[in-house]
Ligand binder design. Structure first.
Ligand code: NAI
Ligand code: OAA
Length: 314
């Protein structure tokens, strides 16, 4: 049994689904759940730990009483924050969630300063920036989850269009986790076959648009919040890659330091994940149109960061 500890701060839809996925996989010895809803978090911990026992997994799930219970965590996932409702964009969550992020990060800094942190709360890229700024941690330690989710959505829409290829679709999405994200059809394949061999330009464009609107589509249907099954699974892959030093490459939101020509801004790019968090950033050869789209996406994130700097951090 691997002696690893995972913390999840924010145990709502995404956090609890993630805990359930991780506990059933049995890839860590302990999961500690922390939320401001104290009774609910205790109930979740009991229920999920009992599910893990039913699954004969070796993971114990506990509820944190205070920040000290985060001590010794190898990885901490932050999903604390409000989700959007119909009529809202992710960006509308900026100031509310930045405040929550600051208090959560303070807790982590005091109790688990060496943990690798995966940020899920929205608006994602600005929250990664916010977590870095509030903590003063190095960039390898704080990583945002979005690209795996957006790529999975793209794969879903490709499968829906083609009607075959399930489990053999590799999709690639870069940029910020917002309306300007950058799906990359030329880096997407079905069993190694480029998308352009299988679908028309119009069909690919339709998939790109659906991918960008994937989160919104679910928000409109759910009415009370946003997606959580796919986000939780995507996050579990990142947790696993870090806990087990897998060196897998996933699209993640990280602070750029010259990569793709940008500095001191967060963007979604292919990243190698291992026990140090970010182990390497891969620079793809983007064509002119993709470079322009990435630039637009980075500019949208920069606007949010500027708002944070002037209204929150000043
Ligand atoms: N990066 C991505 O791709 C995705 C991001 N999200 C974002 O993740 C966040 C969580 O989404 P859901 O789980 O659906 O929301 P939710 O409302 O179900 O859960 C949020 C939880 O955070 C808790 N919380 C609030 N302040 C806290 C604090 N200071 N300390 C600890 N816990 C605190 C709440 O009590 C609640 O249980 C939202 O901001 C949402 O937009 C959701 C899906 C995908
Ligand atoms: O759409 C939202 O607000 C939640 C999210 O980021 C997603 O599902 O992609």
């Amino acid at each position: 049994m691997v002696n690893k500890k995972v913390g999840i701060v924010g145990v709502g839809n995404v956090g609890s689904t993630l805990a359930y996925a991780l506990a059933n996989k049995g890839i860590c010895s302990t999961i500690v759940l922390k939320d401001i809803r104290e009774n609910i978090v205790q109930a979740m911990a009991l229920d999920i730990s009992q599910a893990a026992n039913a699954a004969k997994s070796h993971t114990l799930v506990t509820a944190a009483i205070d920040g000290k219970d985060l001590k010794g965590c190898d990885v901490i996932v932050v999903t604390a924050g409000i989700p959007r409702k119909p009529g809202m964009s992710r960006d509308d969550l900026l100031l509310t969630n930045a405040k929550i992020m600051k208090s959560v990060i303070e807790d982590i800094k005091n109790n688990a300063p060496n943990a690798i942190i995966i940020v899920v709360s929205n608006p994602l890229d600005a929250m990664v920036y916010s977590a870095l700024k509030s903590s003063g941690f190095k960039r390898n330690q704080i990583i945002g989850m979005a690209g795996i989710l957006d790529s999975a959505r793209m794969s879903h829409f490709i499968l829906e269009k083609l009607g075959y290829g399930a489990g053999q679709i590799e999709s690639s999405v870069m940029g910020g986790h917002g309306d300007d994200m950058v799906p990359l059809p030329n880096y997407s394949t079905v069993a190694g076959v480029p998308l352009s061999e299988l679908l028309t330009d119009e069909e690919i464009e339709e998939i790109v648009t659906k991918t960008k609107n994937g989160g919104l589509q679910i928000v409109k249907l759910l009415e009370i919040g946003s997606a959580y099954y796919a986000p939780a699974h995507a996050t579990s892959l990142m947790v696993e890659a870090i806990l087990h030093n897998q060196k897998k490459i996933y699209p993640c939101a990280v602070l750029l330091d010259g990569e793709y020509g940008y500095k001191n801004i967060v963007g979604g790019v292919p990243v190698m994940l291992g026990s140090n968090g970010i182990e390497k950033i891969i620079e793809l050869n983007l064509n002119k149109s993709q470079e322009a789209q990435f630039k637009k996406s980075v500019a949208s994130v920069q606007e949010l960061v500027d708002t944070l700097e002037s209204k929150f951090f000043s």
